[in-house]
Design a protein around this ligand. Structure first.
Ligand code: ATR
Length: 281
């Protein structure tokens, strides 16, 4: 007898939203498990995020949240936030459990799984994180959880880097030994992994960079992605980075982590990433 159960509804909510790759990623994951689901792009008005979420969950099962709503999603979930969401101060994955809205943030685990995938396990590494906006805050705790030896956050506006450190240490005092912060003009040492979390790559611009030294077998990782190596990746290789990667794998990794929360299964990121790489040219 044919299965007549309606496909569960999922989606990604943001403003703008038309460029989101999440529908493509989640439907490919679903086909790996023969799961019937729908996954749509949802444009919420800038002043109508919570009403749009509420309307979606009348029959929807899960939502990814993207810019500019991740902090609003955090506020909406209230006490039912995962530790990672609390540490990030932002939510990118929403779902209902017994009628209650829950939230997690999978951006940081997406980054860590991609670092592992490309052969640069963060464990035991000295990591420099450039930028102190939402993108940066979302990955600090997972990098510490992954066992990095040292994580140094630097930002053009140094006060914002100190703020992130303070917020994370307030929630996890143990983090203070391995987490430091500063400005771009710090004499900041040598690094195994340098991550660009500034918004400069969004416009294909090179961010202002610190005078960092790269260790042997080091990696420069841009959290943004493009069809060509980004300006940051090129500059980092010239400055001595052994390898450079963009953030397409992080995008697929964070989606896989959301997929696991919703469906309880671990999707294979490689074929989805390969297809996406082909599509972006
Ligand atoms: P997001 O949520 O994507 O992180 P954001 O909160 O606007 O975006 O933060 C952007 C980050 O990129 C900030 O750390 C910003 O530095 P400032 O706090 O000094 O503004 C950083 N950034 C943006 N353009 C930059 C540039 N050209 N050089 C260096 N840092 C830059």
């Amino acid at each position: 007898m044919p299965d007549t159960t309606p496909a569960k509804r999922y989606g990604v909510i943001g403003h703008p939203i038309e460029h989101s790759r999440s529908p493509q990623i989640h439907t490919q994951f679903a086909s790996q498990f023969n799961l019937a689901l729908s996954y749509e792009r949802i444009l919420a008005p800038l002043d109508g995020f919570s009403a749009t979420v509420e309307a979606f969950f009348k029959d929807g099962s899960g939502l990814n949240v993207t810019l500019p709503f991740k902090e609003q999603a955090y506020d909406l979930v209230g006490p039912r936030l995962s530790r990672r969401a609390r540490m990030a101060g932002a939510v990118n994955t929403l779902w209902l459990e017994e009628g209650q809205l829950h939230g997690c943030n999978t951006d940081g685990v997406g980054l860590c799984s991609d670092l592992l995938r490309v052969g640069h396990n963060p464990e035991g590494k000295r990591i420099l994180l450039i930028g102190a906006g939402g993108a940066s805050r979302g990955v600090v705790f997972p990098l510490l959880e992954a066992g990095c030896e040292m994580l140094h956050i630097i930002n053009r506006t140094s006060a914002k880097a100190y703020d992130i450190r303070e917020q994370v240490v307030a929630l996890d005092p143990d983090a203070s030994r391995r987490l430091s912060a500063g400005g771009l003009d710090d004499h900041c040492g040598d690094w195994d992994i340098v991550i660009n979390a500034t918004s400069a790559s969004l416009n294909q611009n090179l961010p202002e960079l610190p005078d960092a030294r790269y260790r042997s077998n080091s990696l420069a990782y841009d959290m943004f992605y493009a069809s060509e190596p980004t300006a940051f990746m090129r500059a980092a290789e010239q400055a001595g980075a052994t390898h450079s990667k963009d953030g397409l794998g992080m995008l697929v990794g964070q989606a896989a982590a959301s997929f696991q929360i919703w469906h309880g299964v671990e999707a294979d990121v490689e074929p989805v990433l390969a297809k996406l790489r082909q599509d972006i040219g």
